[in-house]
Design a protein around this ligand. Structure first.
Ligand code: ADP
Ligand code: MG
Length: 346
């Protein structure tokens, strides 16, 4: 096999477990054959995917070459000193401010809030990136209508983020080959991939990096707090969960690791009947206010349960861009309050 033949065979080699090939996924950087020795350089985003691809190539081609040398492009020895969260590393020196959005549980609208806050910041003229770090439900690509995009690499082998609605977008979804991949594997891949997303993505200069964190208080939250000086934390909750231990734990974790709290967003807070305009406080009212005052953090805003928010979001049409003036105002007010709550570098 010569260089050209190997290149072609690799381009058509399926990624294990996927219906896509190494060529489709743009995972090949360099392929070279001389004197029956093959050298292959890969553009994988995580160590795990590198190992997966490496062993697939080895089982397909090793018998045909004297040596088969497979490396990963730009694989530099990472600084293994993870520091500690009160004196974090800074893997994102290009971002003036980092906002971490989290919640006690999934399904409360954390991603919807993250995306619309990021866009509302961009609408004010700031340069904004969003990093989808939620390994349990990486849905920022869908919310921003970028879910069909593939990973792209620049000439100097940096990952090019997706862009839509005025913000740059990168998602851990790119590292989770299938949704039924076991969670332990997903989160170990995610931690290494997230560090690469901070360092090896062409974000450019950013005024704000918004991170859609996983819900809860696990490894990824702690890693991010160790790897980044987080300027502000935002907690999203729903009125049913406002008094739950999960929410208190999430708030306390931020406080313990010395992340300044921008405040609390109460999502799906109440319902306004579209026909009569009557407001229904389905889960009671005032929970968000009580929680905010208990922890001495601002209540940034309340967003009603609204069908257009759900429909727009599920169609990749963010309400803060394509919704009614009323819907836009919910997210814009939260941003306004957030900018007052914390001293950002702007
Ligand atoms: N204020 C809201 N009104 C109606 N539906 C909402 C609202 N906020 C979020 N949703 C919907 O709730 C579901 C979960 O939201 P999502 O942002 O994915 O939650 P999380 O990121 O916390 O898991 C999505 O279908 C979303 O469209
Ligand atoms: Mg989500």
């Amino acid at each position: 096999m010569n260089t050209k033949e190997l290149q072609e065979a690799l381009t058509n080699l399926p990624y294990p477990g996927l219906s896509r090939t190494l060529g489709d996924l743009k995972l090949l950087s360099e392929v070279k054959v001389s004197d029956n020795n093959a050298k292959i350089e890969l553009l994988t985003v995580s160590d795990d995917s590198y190992l997966t691809v490496k062993s697939a190539i080895e089982s397909a081609f090793a018998p045909q070459f004297t040596t088969l040398d497979i490396t990963k492009k730009g694989q530099v020895q990472k600084d293994t000193n993870y520091g500690n969260s009160s004196n974090p590393n800074n893997r994102a020196p290009y971002a003036a401010n980092v906002i971490a959005v989290t919640s006690g549980k999934g399904g409360v609208g954390k991603s919807t809030v993250s995306v619309n806050l990021a866009i509302a910041l961009a609408q004010r003229g700031y340069r904004v990136g969003i990093l989808d770090a939620d390994v349990y439900g990486p849905n920022v690509p869908r919310l921003t209508n970028t879910d069909l995009e593939k990973i792209r690499w620049s000439d100097d082998n940096k990952i090019i983020p997706s862009e839509n609605y005025g913000i740059k977008i990168m998602s851990v979804a790119l590292t989770t080959p299938t949704s039924d991949t076991p969670l332990v594997w997903r989160s170990s891949v995610a931690v290494s991939a997230l560090i690469q997303f901070l360092e090896d993505v062409e974000w450019g200069e950013l005024d704000f990096m918004v991170i859609d964190m996983p819900p809860g208080t696990g490894d990824i939250q702690l890693t991010m707090a160790q790897e980044l000086p987080i300027t502000a934390g935002v907690i999203v909750t729903t009125p049913q969960l406002v008094a739950s231990d999960d929410v208190s734990r999430a708030i306390r974790m931020f406080q313990d690791i010395h992340v300044p709290m921008a405040g609390l967003v109460e999502n799906m807070s109440y319902f306004i009947a579209p026909d009569t305009g009557t407001r229904y406080d389905i889960f009671g009212s005032g929970g968000g206010e009580r929680l905010a005052s208990r922890y001495n953090i601002p209540l940034l805003g309340q967003i009603p349960l609204n069908m257009d928010i759900r429909e727009g979001s599920d169609n990749g049409e963010p309400p803060v861009v394509l919704g009614s003036d009323e819907l836009k105002s919910y997210y814009r007010e939260i941003v306004e309050n957030m900018l007052k709550a914390v001293k950002f570098k702007i």
